[in-house]
Design a protein around this ligand. Structure first.
Ligand code: AMP
Ligand code: ZN
Length: 154
């Protein structure tokens, strides 16, 4: 059975269905964009697929492609409207990554020189053959996912 695409307890499902108010800037049949109520900088915007999928990995590819297709124009509009010098576009995916609302969404965050947002995150490095082992692990995960989906289709 297909997973439910609406969670009656989810804030973003309620906003998408018009059951809770939001400052909408864009809507399509499959997605809505509105201002984050607690912005990192003024103009911080959220892009939210209407269907309830908790995490990016669960989003149907067509819906992810649709949301992705809206990002360039949203970025241009937010940048022009706020006078931002740049933007961070990101998804917090999972609680450990900072996701607080488990309905997949993109943040479009206007950035200004000397604003209080701290970047970059601390970066590490690979030693020995760690990088090539990691590359192989991810590649084989992708290959088994492709095999599984073509077996499911046949
Ligand atoms: P995340 O932590 O990635 O799950 O992001 C959730 C975001 O939703 C946060 O930045 C919140 O400020 C924002 N948020 C929560 N409730 C609302 C709401 N009712 N309207 C607009 N934004 C909201
Ligand atoms: Zn939802």
């Amino acid at each position: 059975m297909a997973p439910p695409t609406h969670d009656p307890h989810c804030i973003f499902c309620k906003i998408a269905r018009g059951e809770l108010p939001s400052a909408r800037v864009l809507e399509t049949a499959e997605a809505v964009a509105f201002l984050d109520i607690n912005p990192l900088n003024p103009g911080h915007t959220l892009l939210v697929p209407r269907a309830h999928h908790a995490h990016l990995g669960e989003l149907p590819e067509e819906l992810a492609a649709h949301a992705g297709s809206l990002l360039p124009r949203l970025c241009r509009a937010v940048k022009a409207a706020t006078g931002a010098q740049g933007l961070n576009v990101l998804i917090n995916n999972g609680r450990v990554a900072g996701q607080t609302i488990e309905h997949c969404h993109w943040h479009i965050i206007p950035r200004f020189a000397n604003d209080p947002i701290h970047w970059p995150w601390p970066q590490g490095h690979y030693s020995g053959n760690e990088l090539s082992q990691m590359r192989s692990r991810i590649e084989s995960e992708l290959e088994s996912a492709i095999r599984a989906s073509s077996e499911a289709r046949s």
